[in-house]
Write a protein that binds this ligand. Structure first.
Ligand code: XMP
Length: 511
């Protein structure tokens, strides 16, 4: 276990991910965690993250020197590097000269940490203070234009640090620097693999669940599919999955869950086919928030009905949820067992259905979830699926939702998906909403006459986490093909437009 101490910048998660990429398990802890508590977790190494503060600021997060004296290998990055220097009696100066962005780092004395790297690295820096003298016993490994001490190490005490951010993509050989610390200095063994994750989780789930029964809501997305497959691997038929088909899915999606997911996992699946119920409830409603509320409410009711029916055959004690590590960290990183509070898709369950949650993915990042899915034999189209909103096409029809409008949108969306895949663009696009402006008409000429049809909006975006996004620069030929096919094959549509708005200010979805 490697602990990443979070000094409050956005970098801790990235560091933790990079450590996992080195096949070493990592977790994030807040910088306020007392050293005794941190050491009680018996980390094989500790990494101090960067942070927004200056070590001089009043109230700047402190580093307890006891951590550096405990015999545990410690690696400081940026703020963590300066905090380490200061705690051990080195000198940190406020130079007032910021070094920000791509910076040339010159390796003056590679030592253990930088051995085997090229003599000059382009690295990502972001600092205002500067270490001007390393603590005694340390050797200085590198310098940059604004930092005479840009990296140092004390291999005897297994302490080291760098001023730059090796975890960001723009830092050349950054992963190698982290691995040099983890493997060569700290002696961590790279044993964290998806096969091990599966094995470990399967054992844990078996131990926790015993012979109790377990329920899982499948959404068709990656997370719930992998969580369900993992639990299925552990306890087989004690698991029942419920898939609510609200009729707002894209062409072929319900069939994929019903057919491919069951075929690749052998899971016991109950399908609640409730298209009519949802469309009746949505009739005539065009306000986006009202649509979302209606869909959420009907979803809970449908799920409850199914759960009660299943519960009637014998009590269900556990509910599987596909919570991922970033959600855990962002909600305060709470540890230990939790009982149900809310669910991304399920919303909240009534009192007569009390479950204990099982969250087999709560230590994993998204890319690890995908690897685990592959390890469990799930097909690529499930494992690589783009994110899709719970309310489905209900929030991709601007205007009221009905069966006819859904048919039009599905037809256009299918063309877009086919052409995206044919152009080999699936993995470079984060998500590709296709939106029907159902209340808008525009004039066109189709066939021999005037038409008065609807526009379809293409909204391909690139993103890392959906918090921010940019519009994808798709090749014109691909856009042309999509546009031509949609207007030819879907007669109700006479115009195809491209959304070129980033997020912010636009959101990814239109509603
Ligand atoms: P926005 O449109 O806010 O979307 O930029 C960010 C991400 O969240 C997805 N999304 C949802 N997912 N239920 C979900 O499960 C929802 O109600 C919902 N609304 C938006 C959206 O597809 C994008 O990935």
């Amino acid at each position: 276990l490697v602990l990443v101490v979070d000094y409050g910048a956005q970098y801790a998660q990235l560091i933790a991910r990079r450590v996992r990429e080195a096949r070493v398990y990592s977790e994030i802890v807040p910088h306020t965690m007392p050293v005794t508590e941190l050491l009680a977790k018996q980390p094989s190494a500790v990494i101090l993250s960067g942070g927004p503060s200056s070590v001089y600021e009043p109230g700047a997060p402190q580093l307890d020197v006891a951590l550096l004296e405990a015999g545990v290998p410690v690696f400081g990055i940026c703020y963590g590097f300066m905090a380490m220097a200061q705690a051990l009696g080195g000198r940190v100066a406020r130079t007032g000269q910021r070094e920000y962005g791509r910076t040339r780092v010159e390796i003056t004395d590679p030592g253990r940490l930088l051995e085997g790297l090229p003599p000059v690295l382009t690295s990502w820096m972001s600092h205002g203070d500067e270490v001007t003298a390393a603590p005694s016993g340390f050797r200085v490994n590198a310098r940059s234009p604004r930092a005479t001490v840009a990296a140092f190490e004390d291999p005897a005490r297994r302490l080291a640090g760098v001023q730059w951010h090796p975890e960001v993509l723009h830092s050349e050989h950054g992963q190698q620097v982290l691995e040099r610390f983890l493997i060569e200095i700290a002696g961590c063994r790279p044993t964290w693999t998806s096969a091990n994750i599966v094995e470990e989780q399967v054992e844990r789930i078996r131990a926790e669940v015993g012979d109790a029964r377990v329920l899982c809501a499948l959404s068709g997305g990656v997370d719930s599919a992998v969580a369900a497959a993992l639990v299925q691997r552990a306890i087989g038929d004690q698991l029942t999955c419920v898939f609510v088909d609200h009729g707002l899915l894209r062409t072929g999606e319900a069939e994929r869950v019903e057919r491919d997911f069951v075929a690749s996992t052998g899971v016991k699946l109950v399908v609640a086919d409730e298209e009519k119920r949802f469309l009746d409830a949505l009739a005539g409603v065009s306000d986006p928030e009202t649509k979302r509320k209606i869909i959420g409410r009907e979803f809970i009711r449908t799920f409850e009905d199914a759960a009660r029916r299943i519960n009637a055959d014998g009590p269900i004690d556990y509910l599987v949820q596909g919570t991922l590590y970033p959600d855990v960290v962002e909600s305060g990183g709470g540890e230990g067992a939790s009982t149900i509070k809310s669910h991304h898709n399920v919303g909240g369950l009534p009192d007569d259905l009390q479950f204990t949650l099982i969250e087999p993915l709560r230590t994993l990042f998204k890319d690890e979830v995908r690897q685990v899915g592959r390890q469990l034999g799930l097909p690529e189209h499930i494992v690589n699926r783009h994110p899709f909103p719970g309310p489905g096409l209900g929030i991709r029809i601007v205007g009221a939702v009905d069966a006819e409008r859904l048919r039009i949108l599905r037809a256009a969306d299918l063309i877009v998906r086919e052409e995206t895949t044919a152009a080999g663009l699936d993995s470079s696009i984060w998500q590709f909403p296709v939106v029907l402006l159902a209340d808008v008409h525009s004039v066109g000429v189709q066939g021999d006459g005037r038409s008065y049809g609807h526009p379809i909006v293409l909204r391909p975006v690139s993103s890392e986490d959906a918090m921010t996004a940019d519009w994808s620069r798709l090749p014109y030929e691909v856009l042309e093909k999509m546009s031509t096919r949609i207007t030819n094959e879907v007669p109700e549509v006479n115009r195809v437009v491209l959304d070129v708005t980033s997020k912010p200010p636009g959101t990814i979805e239109w509603e």
